[in-house]
Ligand binder design. Structure first.
Ligand SMILES: Cc1cc2nc3c(=O)[nH]c(=O)nc-3n(C[C@H](O)[C@H](O)[C@H](O)COP(=O)(O)OP(=O)(O)OC[C@H]3O[C@@H](n4cnc5c(N)ncnc54)[C@H](O)[C@@H]3O)c2cc1C
Length: 411
């Protein structure tokens, strides 16, 4: 019987897709790997984009991989090419230029694209930005250099990063969000106040519980925004962080299960043989909380990429990890460990706020499921984070209130 080398196709060259390609090549020198992306660049570090935005990191430092890196490993990186459909019967991926990429195993690591601002006056008006790609960042920087006022919109991580970038570049900055406080799926009122106070130190005007009703453009650029509560805010540019829509449109008409992301088991396999998913777009089974969920963090996407490659090549390793996320938050840090989602009714939480350094408060919130620590959120000092990560990993039982309280002050 004729045999051929194994053919792998990967949709998306973010950290999940590129790590998978690298791992596949390391384990099999003869396979073919097509790595498809609509973006014009090889892998760059999305986590570094905020520091590039603030002007503290050069563009070259954002790039992680070069075209040569792919050539040396015989990874066929196909840029500026949109995947339009997948035929799981024929095992072929189709792109917008009509090309067909046949596969034996397919990885979908397509992440998500930012939701645009959809209010009257926004469409067709310039200088309203999302913040996901390197090109977004370059466009925002160019506009910041000619602006004096800016508005960051939303209660998400991305909205905060935009706000931070505007403030660091000394624009007069408004931060407008619908919710009662930032990151309302993870923080509580106390934690929200801690973050507000930090933002105010950087002269950011924080506005809660209001929404943009309309953008009022003048000569095709925002002149001011009108809010539902009747405020009028002048802004030379708007940064929008209203969440992302996961990139699964090209799977329409396939039997691949899509529900809040691409549904995969602990081996990152979809319900269709030979098709896998990893990174932000994967709604994966997480053993630590015994449930499916998506997770938008760099470490999670990288670990998924490594593991899924092993399984695509015939291995059978379950994904068991505790992803962590740390990011500067103005002049302090925020750290998220594991599952820190207070909108999950199965999780119980406790929190503590105490005076910290530089006039800021420290805030810590812990998330428990069935007497086990499954998530941690820390604003301010990161002391104790590693120990808490180990406790989450160990899955030890913590069944008294006193033992839980102790973790709130663990250093
Ligand atoms: C500004 C910013 C700051 C962040 N900061 C942090 C942080 O501090 N810490 C942290 O842990 N995480 C952070 N994140 C999140 C982290 O970057 C993501 O979790 C991670 O990059 C996801 O990687 P991925 O490979 O799953 O997807 P992505 O990086 O989204 O890659 C998917 C790729 O697939 C491409 N694609 C999608 N659809 C198609 C299609 N139809 N055809 C062709 N190509 C397609 C996309 O354009 C993209 O290039 C940040 C994200 C952003 C945007």
């Amino acid at each position: 019987m004729a045999t051929h080398e194994k053919r792998y196709v990967i949709i998306g060259n973010g950290i999940a897709g590129t790590t998978a390609a690298d791992t596949l090549r390391k384990n099999d020198p003869n396979c073919s790997i097509d790595l498809l992306t609509n973006e014009p660049y090889p892998l760059y570090n999305r986590v570094s984009l905020p520091r590039f935005l603030q002007g503290v990191l050069a563009e070259q430092k954002v790039m992680i991989r070069s075209l040569e890196w792919h050539e040396q490993r015989n990874i066929n990186l196909v840029t500026e090419t949109v995947v339009t459909s997948v035929n799981t019967d024929e095992r072929v991926v189709v792109t917008s230029d009509g090309k067909h990429y046949p596969y034996d195993a397919l990885l979908i690591a397509s992440g998500g694209w930012a939701n645009p601002l959809r209010v009257p006056g926004a469409e067709g008006t310039k200088h309203i930005y999302n913040f996901v790609t390197l090109d977004d960042t370059k466009d925002i920087i160019a506009r910041m250099l000619e602006s004096r006022t800016a508005l960051a919109y939303g209660g998400s991580f991305i909205a905060y990063e935009l706000c931070d970038g505007f403030a660091m570049r000394k624009l007069h900055t408004y931060w407008l969000m619908r919710g009662p406080y930032w990151l309302r799926n993870s923080l509580d009122q106390e934690g929200g106040e801690v973050v507000d106070n930090i933002a105010k130190k950087f002269d950011v005007e924080v506005i809660h519980g209001d929404e943009i009703e309309a953008v009022i453009p003048k000569d095709g650029v925002p002149s001011y925004v009108k809010t539902k509560k009747g405020r009028e805010i002048q802004a030379d540019m708007l940064g929008v962080g209203l969440g992302i829509t996961l990139n699964t449109q090209f799977l329409q008409g396939t039997p691949i299960e899509v529900k809040d992301g691409i549904v995969v088991n602990e081996y990152l396999e979809t319900n269709v043989p030979g098709v896998y998913s990893a990174g932000d777009v994967a709604n994966f089974y997480d053993k630590t909380i015994d449930a499916h969920h998506t997770m938008g963090t760099w470490d999670n996407a990288m670990a998924h990429g490594r593991l899924v490659a092993v399984n695509m090549a015939g291995g059978r390793q379950p994904y068991i990890d505790v992803p962590t996320y740390t990011s500067p938050l103005f002049d302090v840090n925020i750290a998220v460990v594991g599952s820190a989602e207070s909108n999950n009714p199965e999780l119980e939480t406790i929190a503590r706020r105490e005076p910290g350094e530089k006039g800021n408060d420290n805030y810590r919130r812990l998330f428990f499921r069935e007497n086990k620590l499954v998530g941690v959120l820390m604003v301010g000092s990161p002391k104790g984070r590693r120990k808490l990560v180990d406790i989450v990993k160990s899955q030890q039982v913590i069944d008294t209130a006193a033992a839980r309280e102790e973790l709130l002050t663990l250093r």
